[in-house]
Structure formats: structure tokens, C-alpha cells
Design a protein around this ligand. Structure first.
Ligand code: ADP
Ligand code: TYD
Length: 211
């Protein structure tokens, strides 16, 4: 896909499970809409019909249902569909796209969780996706708190949460390292604060990116 120049703003949220991403995406979308912006609120895996179908394949069932390599292909296929059908058209129309997780999650979960697949992740991203966010908010969170918040939700989508605390610890450290690697677009926010305090920090960063 040729990436066209866009007037929109592509904003992603990253962090471990239960860090507050979905809550903050929703709050930011509401606030920006109230301020007159056209906002598309979306998520990964998912965000288009085809990608939502793939979501069920990757998030439900036994932790060892897929190898890391197969998962990488499934998440990339879902992202490609999401990009073609939802993200790129919205950006081309000048909208603000707020996405709950994106390619940084693949760099972490498939790239780092079971062996080191980062080189394959990067190659596939370059070949099939090629889009990076304008701004990425990393909600940093103590993994034990995150896991207990995530487990409190009681959904069928627990395949990754079932990998347990060890994975969450590795992912937290990995995300902080990724924020250094891509420091121009990353902002790290303390997710252990109150909901309102996190939302205020998020809004400050989003406003700066919009101006
Ligand atoms: P994520 O999308 O990162 O997994 P969620 O936004 O779904 O996280 O939040 C996980 C749980 O924690 C939800 O039940 C949510 O209401 C709660 N939660 C989110 N942010 C906070 C916060 N700052 N303080 C306390 N609880 C929170
Ligand atoms: P999500 O629904 O955002 O879960 P949560 O709200 O608990 O953070 O994502 C579900 C899981 O999918 C999450 O554990 C991370 C995983 N994931 C990957 O492994 N690779 C990816 O590329 C993406 C987008 C998500």
C-alpha cells in the first residue's frame, strides 16, 4: 500500500494488560470530540470486520494454541486489514485516529515474549504495514496491579493474561525500552495515578501533538 500524506493525527496507546489503555482511549476520544475534533476510536487486534474475526482466533483458547511465529502472521494480517479499511481512510480525511494498541504491541508480545523474534517482526512491519503513529502514549504500570485489574474484567479473551505475571514483567521492561528506542514519538505516563490524573496527563500530550 502506498502511504499517502495525511492531515490527520495517528495516536496510539500501549502498555501491559490492565494498565488503563481502553479507559483512557475512550476518555480522550470523548474530550477531543467535545472540542470539535473528528475522532475515530479503534483497537487492535480488531478495528475492521476481518480483523475482529482474527481477534477471536488469537485472544481466545489455550495459551499454547499458536506459536509466536504463527501469531505474528495473524496479528500482521489483522493489522493490514485494519490499516487499509479503517486507519488510512480516516487519516486521509484529516481525522484523529485513537488506537488501543498497534505495532509496538507486536514488537513486544510476538517479538519478545517467547524467544527473540524482533528481526522478523521488523521485516514484516516494513513490508506489510509501514505506518508509525505520530504519538504513542505508554501507560506504565506495576504488573501485579495491572494483572489484578485485568483479571477483574472476567472475559473470554484471557489467552495472554494466562501467560501470567512473568510475561507482564518482561513486557513492562520491554515497553520502557521501546519508549527509549522510539523516544521522539513516545510519552510515558504513570498509570498508577487516579483515573482523572492519568486522563489529564494524556490530554496534555494529545493537545501538544495536535498543535
Ligand atoms: P487495559 O485496556 O489497559 O487492559 P482497562 O482500561 O480495561 O485497561 O482497565 C482495566 C481495569 O482497571 C478496568 O476495570 C478499569 O475500570 C480499571 N482502571 C483503569 N484505570 C484506572 C485507574 N487509574 N485507577 C483505578 N482503576 C483503573
Ligand atoms: P487487549 O484487548 O488490548 O488487552 P488488554 O485490554 O487486556 O490490554 O489485547 C489483548 C492481548 O493481545 C494483549 O494481551 C496483548 C496481545 N497483543 C499481541 O500479542 N500482539 C499484538 O500485536 C497486539 C495488538 C495485541
Amino acid at each position: 500500500m502506498t502511504l499517502l500524506p495525511t492531515n490527520g493525527l495517528f495516536l496510539t496507546f500501549e502498555g501491559i494488560d490492565g494498565s488503563g489503555k481502553s479507559t483512557q482511549c475512550r476518555l480522550l476520544a470523548e474530550t477531543l470530540r467535545e472540542q470539535g475534533h473528528e475522532v475515530v476510536l479503534t483497537r487492535e487486534p480488531g478495528g475492521s470486520n476481518g480483523a475482529e474475526e482474527i481477534r477471536r482466533l488469537v485472544l481466545e483458547g489455550d495459551p499454547d494454541r499458536w506459536s509466536a511465529e504463527t501469531e505474528l502472521l495473524l496479528f500482521t494480517a489483522a493489522r493490514r486489514d485494519h490499516l487499509e479499511r479503517t486507519i488510512e481512510p480516516a487519516l486521509a480525511a484529516g481525522k484523529v485516529v485513537i488506537c488501543d494498541r498497534f505495532a509496538d504491541s507486536t514488537r513486544m508480545y510476538q517479538g519478545l515474549s517467547r524467544g527473540n523474534l524482533r528481526a522478523q517482526v521488523d521485516k514484516l512491519h516494513k513490508m506489510m504495514i509501514g505506518r508509525e503513529p505520530d504519538l504513542t502514549i505508554l501507560i506504565d504500570m506495576d504488573p501485579e496491579i495491572g494483572l489484578s485489574r485485568a483479571k477483574g474484567r472476567q472475559t473470554a479473551e484471557e489467552r495472554f493474561e494466562d501467560f501470567g505475571l512473568e510475561l507482564q514483567l518482561k513486557m513492562r521492561a520491554g515497553f520502557l525500552a521501546l519508549a527509549q528506542e522510539f523516544s521522539p514519538r513516545f510519552r510515558v505516563i504513570d498509570g498508577t495515578q487516579s483515573l482523572d490524573a492519568v486522563a489529564a496527563d494524556v490530554l496534555t500530550q494529545a493537545r501538544a501533538a495536535l498543535s
